[in-house]
Ligand binder design. Structure first.
Ligand SMILES: Nc1ncnc2c1ncn2[C@@H]1O[C@H](COP(=O)(O)OP(=O)(O)OP(=O)(O)O)[C@@H](O)[C@H]1O
Ligand SMILES: [Mg+2]
Length: 237
């Protein structure tokens, strides 16, 4: 098992009242699993993914990734594991504005290797299969632009590739097709499926109905609770 979360809670306070954005969640994933989490807006999908990716710490409960308990790690150790082994695609793509798209995409690798961030030439990409992934998502021609010059959907696709540069064991994608058209959305699901076929574990939160087709483990999130699909009377979309 690559990821095992148990008795997971994330409690927030709003106007003095506490509520569980993640409420007693049990979740596990194996290599080669494609887990898809549906659920209405505000149900806690992004909060759960941020815990599983090690972005935020849970209020209670445990997350064990590749045999390592996140709770046993310092923030710096957790950041390093997240950078090297976990490909996290946030709901809203975040880019460093002073660097090109390509430099942003290669940032996780630069951090891992302790190298400079500047990339002189796209030919540096030949040792990676990143270039073919950029082409499969239709953004190879944009990599030398600055992030401010790209559309939201183009940045989203770039953030997907950025999450893959260190060949992570697990990819955690928060609405990876949210601002993409039909054809681009399909390309994203097919790229994720390719990773699954090579043994990567992929976890996606989405409102996209294609998740039903591509996922092998389906869940619905409802008010912080994660229900295996079929146990909820909420339709999921
Ligand atoms: N930092 C925070 N402090 C307080 N409440 C928060 C915080 N972040 C999220 N919430 C609340 O937690 C709940 C779950 O939010 P979350 O972003 O996980 O939902 P979601 O399922 O991803 O929704 P969407 O489909 O709109 O992205 C919401 O009620 C939200 O308002
Ligand atoms: Mg969300």
């Amino acid at each position: 098992m690559i990821l095992n979360a148990s008795n997971l809670y994330k409690t927030y306070t709003r106007r003095g009242d506490e509520f569980n954005a993640v409420d007693q969640v049990e979740f596990f994933a194996w290599s080669g699993d494609f887990s898809v989490i549906f659920g209405e807006s505000g149900s806690g999908k992004s909060t759960l993914l941020s815990l599983l990716a090690g972005i935020h710490r849970p209020t209670k409960g445990s997350i064990v990734f590749n045999g390592i308990d996140f709770a046993s790690l310092t923030d710096a150790e957790l950041s390093a594991i997240r950078n090297d082994k976990i490909g996290y695609i946030p709901q809203d793509a975040v880019f460093l504005p002073q660097f090109t798209v390509l430099e942003n995409i290669l940032l996780p690798r630069a951090i891992r290797d302790g190298k400079k961030i500047r990339v002189e030439d796209i030919s540096e990409l030949t040792d990676l299969d990143i270039f073919s992934k950029l082409e499969s998502l239709g953004i190879a021609h944009l990599v030398n632009e600055m992030p401010a010059e790209l559309s939201g959907g183009e940045l989203k696709r770039a953030s997907i590739i950025r999450a893959l540069v260190n060949k992570p064991d697990i990819v955690i994608a928060d609405e990876p097709t949210s601002n993409l058209d039909e054809a681009n959305g399909k390309n994203v699901f097919e790229l994720l499926t390719e990773l699954v076929q090579f043994g990567t574990s992929v976890i996606v939160a989405t409102h996209d109905a294609r998740g039903f087709k591509y996922g092998n483990r389906l869940y619905t999130m409802l008010k912080g609770q994660l229900l295996p699909s079929g146990e909820s009377d909420y339709g999921g979309l």
